[in-house]
Design a protein around this ligand. Structure first.
Ligand code: ARG
Length: 459
């Protein structure tokens, strides 16, 4: 048990206490950030003549050696150290001697851990943003391909009006685009450097906080040292943004599961993204979509967990805050994994166009258009609504679609119908008539696709 703070203590820590307190098993994943932060810190200390140039060089070489050895597997992070900060400092001192003991000058683990976590989250925000962009690329490809793939649009899970697959997928495009926007917002709001805040009250050394901030790619230093070590808002924002990503993926998964069912048959999930049953040989299950839907709860759980951890903590740092790590790491791994798998599933999924179009027809999704036809021929809308209602009832009794009725049958219910009714209620016409921006008509959809394309290539 190697501890940084043994001086004041007369007894060894109880082993159970030590284990309970230690964070090395999970914060070891911050080793790159911890070393990067330390290199910036000593660079600034030397610029301020708090360390000599020689001490700086020795420390930086030592830290770079540790990093290289960790990356290559020659050095292993073991649980005999309390946390990643103690580990790096101890190994450094073991390797370079006296100079290593000066690394922590003008710094506390409180501002150090705040920095490490911010550096880590910045990278993860960027990575998640990239993964979301790949998902958007796949979605846009499908949107281009399916501007004339007709399908029912639903309300209350009842077939409502005809749309296209392009239009339906376009809804998800908007959602994931907003998700990316949230990642960018969080990045910019959190991008201030806490290093130099010390334990909570700054330090007596003449640190150059602007300099460290710029060395680490921050927009500047944080402006209150208490807040610097006590703030976990950006983690809560990130968890909230990831929860929203998961909520979107989960809704999409739910649709994929429905669409892949024997009742819908709108899609076929690729064999590589399905699983079988150990007892029922006919089964091909949408496990990936189900797992994505299932894992959503885990990310929401992380959000509620950290909100609850933070709600009663007096300023500034308290050990409760160490609880931020496991939930945040797990939420990041889960969300990234789900985005990647969902993207792969979508890329390889087959869409069954005929089945989608037939479903739109047999669901009377063109009933509104049949009523509009009558209105155009002078029938008041309320009467037209009643007439089409009778048509629908007639079709339900006969088990046919509106399009399957003969002209005589149409005219028996209303003599206003002419031969052009078929054209007026075809799926193509119903969709084509809806051409205001945001609607499924081909011209409107193509305008939107061009805008989305410009958005994706403008990065
Ligand atoms: N492992 C700690 C954490 O994750 C590091 C900060 C420790 N600071 C302290 N004063 N005990 O929060």
């Amino acid at each position: 048990m190697a501890q940084l703070w043994g001086g004041r203590f007369t007894k060894e820590t109880d082993q159970l206490v030590y284990d309970f307190n230690a964070s090395i098993l999970f914060d070891k994943r911050l080793y790159r950030q911890d070393i990067r932060g330390s290199i910036a810190h000593v660079t600034m200390l030397a610029a301020r003549k708090i360390l000599t140039e020689e001490e700086k060089t020795r420390i930086i070489e030592g830290l770079e050696g540790i990093l290289a050895d960790l990356e290559s597997g020659r050095l292993e992070i073991t649980s005999e150290y309390e946390d990643i900060h103690s580990f790096v400092e101890a190994v450094l001192t073991e390797r370079i001697g006296e100079a290593g003991k000066k690394l922590h000058t003008g710094r506390s683990r409180n501002d150090q851990v705040a920095l490490d976590m911010k550096l880590y989250i910045r990278d993860e925000l960027t990575e998640l943003d990239l993964l979301l962009k790949e998902l958007l690329d796949v979605l846009l490809g499908l949107m281009k391909e399916h501007v004339e793939t007709y399908m029912p649009g639903f309300t209350h899970l009842q077939k409502a009006q005809p749309i296209t697959l392009s239009h339906h997928l376009g809804a998800y495009f908007e959602m994931f685009k907003r998700d990316r926007g949230r990642m960018h917002d969080i990045y910019h709001r959190m991008n201030l450097c806490p290093l130099g805040a010390g334990a909570l009250a700054g330090t007596t050394y003449p640190l150059d906080r602007e300099y460290t901030a710029s060395l680490l790619g921050f927009d500047g230093p944080t402006l209150n040292s208490i807040d610097s070590v006590a703030d976990r808002d950006y983690l809560i924002e990130f968890l909230s943004a990831m929860s929203t990503v998961m909520m979107h993926l989960s809704r999409f998964s739910e649709e994929v599961i429905l669409w892949n069912s024997n009742e819908y048959k709108f899609v076929e999930i690729d064999d590589a993204y399905s699983t079988g049953s150990s007892i029922m040989p006919q089964k091909k299950n949408p496990d990936i979509a189900e797992l994505v839907r299932g894992k959503t709860g885990r990310v929401y759980g992380a959000l509620v967990s950290l909100l609850t951890t933070m709600k009663g903590i007096p300023l500034a740092y308290n050990k409760d805050m160490q609880e931020d790590k496991e939930v945040v790491f797990d939420a990041i791994d889960t969300t990234k994994g789900c985005v990647v798998l969902f993207t792969g599933m979508l890329r390889t999924m087959k869409f069954r166009k005929e089945q989608m179009e037939a479903s739109a027809k047999h669901g009377f999704t063109n009933a509104t258009d049949a009523a509009d036809y009558l209105v155009k021929h002078g029938v008041p809308f309320r009467d037209a609504h009643g007439i089409v209602g009778r048509l629908v009832l007639y079709c339900i009794e006969k088990g046919i679609a509106l399009d399957d009725m003969s002209l005589e049958e149409f005219r028996e219910i209303s003599p206003v119908f002419e031969a052009d009714i078929y054209e007026a209620i075809s799926m193509k016409t119903c969709v084509e008539m809806r051409n205001t921006i945001g609607a499924p008509g081909k011209a409107a959809m193509e305008k939107v696709i061009a805008l989305e394309e410009a958005y994706l290539s403008g990065e």
